[in-house]
Design a protein around this ligand. Structure first.
Ligand code: BG6
Length: 504
């Protein structure tokens, strides 16, 4: 059976239909899935929200969103004409059970028209405080009972700490089966991130080297030039550790560090990832002091524009203790990785927007070349660039052409742009398609989320209990606080950055 044949008639119910996530990500992703033939013949998208809108107004809004945010550019009129007939809007009070009865009636109408039972995907693109009531009401209205056909998608943040994540998971698993629950971490849908698994497990070349005997350390760096913008209302209660490290960066770490699964089955893959999280060394308060760094951005200039400091952003507390930068040195205590540091860093208002994983290999055991023949270090590096450049490069030492034996570093590069002509799908396209297919491989299982919270709780607690006295401690357009350089320099390394468009 081809993947196309596995897609059943589907109704999407999008809570938060008038919200930002739907506008920027979900609607463009669904439209592009439609363009590329991945939506079933029979589908319906029902947006819901508190705002009163007619179907026509909703369609018009989504058209504007798609025109602005879709990777394929403006919608072609003849395509839009067909696609938009499947869009509906329903005003909803999520607290009111009658709202859900109306969904039930609409779904039944579609099924009667299509003469078949439909798969139903409830997408909770709303603030997390609405997750419990919506999930309860879906279940109470018996709209979630057909476990084979009904799925519920929840966006991060899954909880605010370990306890609240456990509570949410308990609630969701009381109301639904785990196989119905799709917890999104959009990083897992990124093309380059999925390729980490292909690269590691479809090439025999790497596995013999992929361990403590050959790998010196690993760096995972996700930096953004953007500040928090108008999201400080959410961000001030979150911070970089919760917003990025607990989920996106730890998921990347799991993909780098996991053992080979026995197959590509969702639970096999997720079991191996949970193993990594469980093997990670827990922090004592002293470890937090030695192995973590937090920062908050001050004002500065980015590309010729003056930008405010974090505390001056709209809705931010002017005395906020929230970190907008975090760097942490982790260890994975198992046979493969014993003693290999994993340095993770993320920050807003940094010098460059880029997500890069660097695997630094050990130096050769003995150099046969005189010291003056080497231009820099000898070490090999594997650099997986997730965005904006999508590439995997292996840095090797080679002889520079000439009469002398001078070594320099050269790159063997696999660049998506140079290799493929097709545009890579957006993460949400992949994840929405997988939800339709019932494939949970790229979604977080409840135990995974909890294991990640459990790991970072000592850091969160220590940071919360001990206010940072030197915030703000890095200026916009920098590489973060100096102590983050010191964190890695103490071990004899430095943060690796990939030059982008001439920017170091
Ligand atoms: C989100 C965070 O999950 O990921 C944001 O809440 C962050 O703060 C964003 O900006 C980064 O995602 P991407 O895909 O732009 O790297």
């Amino acid at each position: 059976m081809s993947t196309h044949d596995k897609i059943q008639p589907t109704v999407f119910v999008i809570f938060g239909g008038t919200g930002d996530l739907n506008a920027r990500k979900l609607a463009p992703a669904l439209y592009n899935l439609y363009l590329e033939g991945w939506l079933p013949e029979q589908f319906s998208i029902i947006g819901t929200g508190r705002t009163k809108l007619s179907d026509e107004e909703f369609r018009q809004n989504l058209l504007e969103d798609i025109n602005q945010f879709s990777r394929t550019g403006k919608a072609a009129p003849e395509k839009w004409e067909v696609f938009n007939k499947n869009l509906y809007y329903q005003v909803a009070d999520v607290n009111n059970v009658d709202t859900y009865k109306e969904f039930g009636t609409r779904i039944q109408q579609h099924e009667a028209e299509w003469k078949t039972k439909a798969n139903v995907i409830y997408y909770l693109a709303v603030a997390p405080n609405f997750f419990p009531i919506i999930a309860e009401n879906i279940a109470k209205s018996k709209l979630g009972a057909a476990a084979d056909r009904v799925r519920i998608v929840v966006e991060k943040p899954i909880g605010h700490d370990l306890k609240s994540a456990q509570e949410l998971n308990q609630l969701l698993t009381r109301l639904f089966e785990e196989r119905q629950i799709y917890r999104i971490d959009h990083y897992l849908g990124k093309e380059t991130v999925q390729n980490i698994m292909a690269f590691r497990f479809a090439n025999s070349l790497l596995e013999p080297l992929w361990n403590r005997n050959y790998i010196d350390h690993v760096q995972i760096s996700v930096t953004e030039q953007l500040g928090v913008g108008d999201r400080a209302g959410y961000y001030d209660g979150s911070g970089a550790l919760r917003d990025m490290i607990q989920n996106h960066l730890l998921q990347l770490l799991c993909l780098v560090a996991m053992e080979p699964p026995i197959n590509f089955n969702a639970d096999e893959v997720r079991n191996r990832k949970v193993d990594v999280l469980r093997a990670m060394r827990r922090f004592s308060p002293e470890d937090v002091r030695l192995s973590t760094v937090r920062g908050q951005y001050a004002s500065g200039w980015i590309e010729g524009k003056e930008v405010p400091g974090y505390r001056q952003e709209r809705d931010a507390n002017p005395e906020s203790n929230t970190e907008t930068f975090a760097a942490v040195k982790f260890f994975v205590d198992n046979w493969r990785w014993q003693g290999v540091p994993f340095y993770l860093r993320t920050g807003k208002r940094m010098h460059q927007s880029s997500s890069v994983i660097t695997i630094q290999f050990k130096d050769v055991p003995h150099s046969v070349f005189p010291a003056e023949s080497a231009e820099g270090g000898h070490q090999n590096r594997l650099i997986i660039s997730i965005q904006p450049e999508m590439s995997i490069r292996l840095q090797m030492q080679a002889k520079r052409p000439g009469l002398e034996m001078i070594l320099n570093t050269v790159d063997m590069v696999f660049d998506y742009k140079g290799t493929y002509t097709a545009q890579a799908p957006e993460a949400y396209e992949t994840l929405l398609l997988d939800t339709m297919l019932g494939d949970q491989t790229l979604f977080m299982r409840g135990d995974q989320v909890e294991a990640a919270w459990d790991l970072i709780m000592p850091i969160l607690n220590t940071w919360q209990n001990r206010k940072s006295l030197n915030f703000p401690n890095y200026s916009a357009d920098s590489w973060g606080p100096e102590s983050a350089e010191a964190l890695i320099a103490r071990d004899g390394f430095h943060w690796f950055t990939l030059p982008l468009n001439g920017k170091k």
